[in-house]
Design a protein around this ligand. Structure first.
Ligand code: AMP
Length: 114
């Protein structure tokens, strides 16, 4: 298995875990782009959002519920946070195991294309 996030799920690569349940794992990004920068992933390997299937509907919901819980844990539930998914080459996706970036902890800049 060559997927780095699958290795984090199985524990053979270390991570700073902040949340875990049966289907979801979340850990701190190694190159944080904001004071709070957490990656929220399904334990199941799905390469990109384009590979999500109807049976994954509940799993995608689980990622969002996890985001709420993590925002509470991190103290940013009220102040706000941003969830980002990169899908495919033009988005800048570099790890091909779906994940949301949860960014928070400061006033984030406006979204732009670049
Ligand atoms: P993306 O461009 O959306 O695929 O983002 C992948 C993210 O994974 C980047 O922000 C990386 O800093 C992060 N990353 C890569 N390897 C690790 C790792 N071992 N532990 C934590 N974050 C990682």
């Amino acid at each position: 298995m060559s997927c780095i996030f699958c290795k984090i799920v199985e524990g053979s690569i270390p991570s700073t875990k902040v949340y875990e349940n049966e289907h979801v794992l979340a850990f701190r990004d190694i190159q944080p782009a904001a004071p709070v920068h957490i990656l929220i992933i399904p334990k199941k390997h799905i390469a990109t959002m384009n590979d999500v299937e109807p049976d994954d509907r509940g799993l995608i919901g689980d990622l969002h519920i996890a985001a709420q819980e993590i925002a509470k844990q991190e103290g940013v539930f009220e102040s706000g946070y941003r969830l980002i998914n990169n899908c495919g080459a033009d988005s800048g996706q570099v790890v091909f195991h779906i994940h949301y970036h949860l960014l928070a902890g400061e006033k984030l800049g406006a979204l732009n294309a670049k």
